[in-house]
Design a protein around this ligand. Sequence first.
Ligand code: PRP
Ligand code: URA
Length: 209
Amino acid sequence: MGNVFVLDHPLIQHKITHIRKTETGTKDFRELVDEVAGLMAYEITRDLPVTEVTIDTPVTTMQSNVLSGKRIGIVPILRAGLGMVEGVLRHIPTAKVGHVGLYRDPETLQPVEYYIKMPNDIEERELIVVDPMLATGGSAKDAIDSLKKRGATKIKLMCLIAAPEGIDLIKKEHPDVDLYLAAIDEKLNEKGYIVPGLGDAGDRLYGTK
Ligand code: PRP
Ligand code: URA
């Protein structure tokens, strides 16, 4: 069964508070999302395998750890997931980036896929799907379906804020996927927005409405 990790580090919680605030403008919102994604990347990669190598320091020879060549893929769900990519890449600069384009139909709240482009060795990579918001969970569920259909077997999902409904859907439909969150909120409102949430993540990141 997939695990749910809430990354309640004080630095993450502090930045999430500012991200939520109505008065936080596009520039600060974008920078904060990037920073939180970077901090979360640190925790989400905690289980990456390492190998011991022999190195020379100026003083002596020693055994020391390096990453053992695990192939990582970062998969933002467009649009809002794009805001988290650079923060993760800063820590894993050799990762490949795949894109899944999905939007929620505002009437039905059902996700509609309009774009997908993945690295061609997707089945060999550990994929980190990123999206700031996990609301009904429909977008993340469909994105993960698409990745699995293309051969992905190791997938983690990283979101800033989740509603209980979204968490339940991912646990039910993708029990093998570990979920990394900065906050779990109370509920969804009648329009499918997370309460208290932060509003529309894509619009706040890109200054649209
Ligand atoms: C938002 C968000 C998620 C989705 C979450 O995207 O970034 O992808 O909604 O909702 P769900 O869990 O109910 O599916 P949106 O559809 O607004 O598209 P955008 O990122 O292009 O603004
Ligand atoms: N998508 C968002 O951007 N915000 C929400 O609260 C729910 C879905």
